[in-house]
Design a protein around this ligand. Structure first.
Ligand SMILES: [Cu+2]
Length: 197
């Protein structure tokens, strides 16, 4: 049924294109222009790129090593990454680099997780636990009893093989809503470092 419903739309498309008249584009379905408008979401920090001590990059080996600590400070009920929350950081790694995240949970009370998500707008619901890159998520990322538990350290490694704008999030219910997320960019031009410190 869906196939047959598509036919009029396809026919319309070719008719509009075949006409070759500029005004034909004015008849395009109202939903098309909306897709071109960037969704409104939190703004990423735009300050200078820095290399903090928890960010190690080796351009010869094409590797980045990040040490991310949950609950490093009591701020935000320990629900934070390296003492920061709510997109205060934009972490950028070069495309094609192998990224290792050493994730340590110092929150005395609560499990946490970390992964790279396509979510950039709505952090009020836990992002779907499907990482952008294979391996870019910790074990049992939604679990409060089998996630990365207080005192635990878990290391994940993945290849950031597609440039783009992503996020680093905790997948446990409510945590991203409270601010446990940051911007995570994969640069096509080799840019590396952290903005917003
Ligand atoms: Cu968390």
């Amino acid at each position: 049924m869906k196939f047959f419903k598509l036919i009029p739309a396809v026919a319309l498309f070719f008719t509009a294109c075949g006409g070759g008249e500029p005004e034909a584009t004015a008849d395009a379905p109202a939903t098309e222009p909306a897709a071109a408008v960037a969704p409104a979401g939190p703004a990423a920090p735009t300050g200078p790129m820095t290399i903090p001590d928890w960010y190690q990059v080796d351009h010869d080996a094409k590797t980045v090593r990040l040490v991310m600590v949950a609950g490093e400070t009591p701020e935000n009920n320990y629900w934070s990454y390296n003492g920061t929350i709510r997109g205060e950081l934009a972490i950028t790694v070069p495309e094609g680099y192998e990224v290792t995240i050493e994730f340590e949970n110092r929150d005395p009370n609560m499990a946490h997780s970390v992964g790279i998500s396509t979510e950039l707008v709505n952090f009020t619901v836990p992002p779907v636990p499907e990482p952008v890159f294979a391996g870019a998520i910790t074990e049992n990322p939604q679990s409060m009893i089998d996630g990365t538990m207080p005192g635990d350290t878990e290391t994940i490694t993945f290849v950031a093989d597609v440039a783009g704008n992503y996020s680093m999030v905790c997948y446990i219910a409510g945590h991203s809503a409270i601010g446990m997320w940051h911007f995570f960019n994969v640069s096509a031009d080799g840019a590396a470092g952290v903005q917003g410190l």
